[in-house]
Write a protein that binds this ligand. Structure first.
Ligand SMILES: [Zn+2]
Ligand SMILES: [Zn+2]
Length: 182
């Protein structure tokens, strides 16, 4: 995909966030502040102060809005859903160099909450993806018991499973067994 490092990072963050949602077939992945803190650390989200229950509630709401973008049945719906999220998000573009990264743009305000930070950076990354006509890269796993989302970054847009080592492998084994039984 012709996307820069920041955008790839933000897309990976939104995928990881959405997949903590019970809407994707598993348990609530953000069940408390410890889980929220682990998410912040795993995605290296900078400038986050002490997290509160309010952050947890706000991040979960943003997460569900992003889930609706991923599962939109068509591009106009994805655009409308993302626009609704962006309209509620404080976005303040700012050039920055930090932690050894080259000059890049942050979209969250300097005093942003965690939810505002994620909504702004991931929202803008998804907006660019839609602008590039790549809405169909926003996918839901094809395994019957898995609704995790992913961004298909393959050249020929052929990826169908959220993770080739887990769901992909599982489905290949199931298909193999079905063939042997037949
Ligand atoms: Zn940065
Ligand atoms: Zn899956």
């Amino acid at each position: 995909m012709p996307f820069g490092h920041d955008m790839v990072h933000s897309l990976a963050t939104v995928v990881e966030l959405v997949n903590t949602s019970p809407s994707t077939g598993g348990e609530e992945g953000l069940s408390g502040l410890a889980e929220l803190q682990a998410f912040v650390e795993s995605r290296k989200i900078s400038g986050v102060s002490t997290l509160t229950a309010r952050d947890l509630g706000q991040v979960r709401m943003v997460r569900e809005a992003f889930h609706r973008v991923f599962t939109a049945p068509d591009q106009p719906t994805a655009v409308r859903t993302l626009n609704a999220l962006l309209a509620e998000t404080r976005i303040t573009p700012r050039l920055t160099e930090h932690d050894g990264h080259p000059l890049h743009v942050h979209y969250f305000a300097a005093d942003a909450t965690l939810a505002e930070h994620v909504a702004a950076d991931c929202g803008v990354a998804l907006a660019h993806l839609l602008v590039e006509g790549e809405a169909e890269r926003l996918r839901t796993c094809s395994a019957p018991d898995c609704d995790r989302v992913f961004v298909d970054e393959s050249r020929n847009r052929s990826r169908v499973y959220c993770d080739s080592r887990t769901c992909g492998n599982r489905m290949h084994v199931a298909a193999y067994r079905a063939r042997r039984r037949a």
